[in-house]
Design a protein around this ligand. Structure first.
Ligand SMILES: [Zn+2]
Length: 492
């Protein structure tokens, strides 16, 4: 009797672990402490030297992720090179000379001026001011041959990191209208101008747009809005702009992508995108004289392992919807890998119904899972319930003023309309405990709470399972700033 009972129990266990829609039991059997710790200690090892984009070591990480996908039974995406999506990034060096002259005042590259994009020019032409330089601002304006002057960001995007995300859009709009350069007035107190100079007056990594980004795009310091007032009052009508040629060196990089096909004849045409960036910031001088390797354990080996773990669950137990698993490159260089995929998707974006991204600086509360944008999509209940099953509480962003939602890879999909929150380890504030590790050499695998992380990985996989099996697909909460983009994308 006892033997029969054991056999029955074994059969029940086996049938839930393999070949069926995964539930909590099968997730718990597949995602183990040893497997998770092993992935993490490899990806965040000193040997991988901080997984810097362009380094030889990040390619070892990419290979490791790809082979892990293979082991989990994932298939490559159509149009990819196996599990890799290659892209050309460019290391762009600031121009030796850059000068903007307005009336009798000259502004210089590296002082009051930063050339953010574009090729060398020698211009002497009319200027025109157009608010933020977005589509509605340019309506009816004749920009042909003119230098366009705009405010940085937009009405809702007031953070310098968001300004960066808007450059490509504004540059394209201006170019389409015939402008010859864009000057953006920078007045954000969030990041003071000298810090920007430090950061941007040196080589930058950008996506190779095949010459489509030749239009010069500049930031002009305007902390006191003096220039803004001048332009609004149309005091300045002409300008000259000289930029010497920018040196650009190609730097190949890659995203790692795999997929599992859904089991439902209809729902398999809809894809859930599970993603995390796998790059970090490499090797550099640090505040610790004995360490120069930024291991990036929390940021973002943890996220990468969450995706690998979810792949091992769903690869062997496909859900009703199809699922894409993505490890993005070059997040730390400006969300580049995810931006590249969003512009060159291998599955049409309007079939990609949700992106559960994972990224984080660290944690200071191991009873929590923090989801940036928790209440912004209707998958909220799945996220909360999956966390609850592991004794964790899902909470929303404790620091909305930081604009975190628009600062990780998820935003490249949100802008296209795809509901896309970011799943993070539990934190209640950007306090000492977080800053101790955030972009520090101390962000090592040693000292991680692996028991907490195990619950975190499992709840991520359970959330993904719930979303991928739900008859109803999640969408933006009514009134969200990306709701309109979503309706447009999905033709609702
Ligand atoms: Zn990160």
């Amino acid at each position: 009797m006892k033997i029969l009972k054991s056999i029955l129990l074994l059969l029940v266990t086996l049938s839930t672990a393999y070949g069926q829609v995964p539930d909590k039991n099968s997730i718990d059997q597949i995602i183990t402490l040893s497997q998770s710790e092993s992935h993490l200690r490899f990806l965040a090892s000193d040997e991988l030297r901080g997984r810097d984009t362009g380094s030889p070591e990040i390619n070892i990480a990419a290979r490791y992720i790809a082979e892990s996908f293979r082991k989990s039974g994932l298939k490559p995406l159509p149009g990819a090179d196996g599990f890799f999506q290659h892209m050309n990034l460019i290391q762009s060096y600031p121009p030796a000379d850059g000068r903007l002259t307005l009336g009798d005042t000259s502004f210089q590259q590296g002082k009051e001026l930063l050339v953010m994009r574009g090729a060398g020019v020698d211009l002497n032409t009319e200027i025109i001011f157009a608010n933020y330089g977005l589509a509605e601002d340019l309506k009816g304006l004749n920009l042909k041959g003119k230098i366009l002057v705009v405010k940085a960001g937009s009405e809702s995007e007031r953070d310098p990191r968001q300004f960066l995300g808007l450059i490509k859009t504004k540059q394209e709009l201006a170019k389409d209208k015939g402008a010859v350069a864009v000057v953006e007035l920078y007045n954000s107190p969030n990041i003071p101008w000298p810090m920007l100079i430090n950061f941007f007056n040196k080589p930058q990594l950008i996506i190779d747009e095949g010459g489509k980004d030749e239009l010069p795009y500049l930031w002009l310091q305007d902390a006191k809005n003096e220039q803004l007032v001048g332009f609004k009052e149309k005091k300045i009508k002409k300008a000259s702009l000289v930029i010497s040629d920018l040196v650009k060196k190609p730097l190949p990089s890659k995203n790692v992508l795999g997929m599992v096909e859904g089991t439902d004849a209809k729902l398999k045409n809809e894809y859930l995108l599970l993603s995390a960036h796998y790059d970090h910031v490499g090797v550099a001088q640090s505040n610790n004289p004995n360490d120069s390797i930024f291991n990036g354990a929390r940021d973002n080996a943890v996220g990468t392992v969450a995706v690998l773990n979810a792949a091992s669950v769903l690869g062997k137990n496909p859900p009703r919807r199809s699922v894409i698993f993505a490890a993005w490159t070059a997040e730390e260089k400006g969300l580049l890998g995810s931006a590249y995929y969003a512009d060159h998707p291998l599955i049409p974006l309007n079939q990609t119904i949700y992106n559960l991204n994972i990224d984080g600086a660290g944690y200071n509360d191991t009873t929590l899972i923090t989801v940036i944008g928790l209440q912004r999509t209707s998958a909220e209940e799945h996220i909360i319930e999956a966390a609850r099953q592991y004794g964790l509480t899902a909470t929303s962003d404790p620091a909305p003023e930081q604009g975190l939602f628009d600062r990780s890879d998820n935003v490249n999909f949100a802008r296209k309309g795809i509901p896309a929150p970011t799943y993070s380890t539990g934190f209640t504030a950007f306090d000492q405990e977080i800053m101790k590790y955030y972009h520090q050499v101390a962000d090592e695998p040693d000292g991680l709470n692996f028991n907490y992380l195990l619950k975190y990985f499992r709840s991520y996989a359970l959330t993904a399972t719930k979303i991928a099996n739900d008859e109803n697909r999640p969408f933006w909460t009514s009134g969200d700033k990306y709701e309109e983009a979503g309706k447009k994308l999905y033709h609702q």
